[in-house]
Unconditional design. Sequence first.
Length: 98
Amino acid sequence: MSCIGPVRTVDDAIILRVSEEREEIAFLDQFYLVVDGVKVVAESDPQVAAKVAEKDQDYLIITSGESYEFRFRRRGSFVGEELADVLVVASGFYVPLE
């Protein structure tokens, strides 16, 4: 878990990009936000969002140079808010390329 607040919203959402910038392969199992104590799951391509919605070993595989953008919205939206309590929760692992 990592705190990223305060956060400004873009078009009524928080947008995060996950990228693999090193010579390795990332296996992302779960990726979501906790905003003011409430779990907020990603809205993106349905297949990509499903891969990271639950910790179930159905990994999103990200290879070197690849990236994915995730949009997060909560009920009631984030319009005009600056959020102080935003945590990023991610689990998975990486394997260096040899």
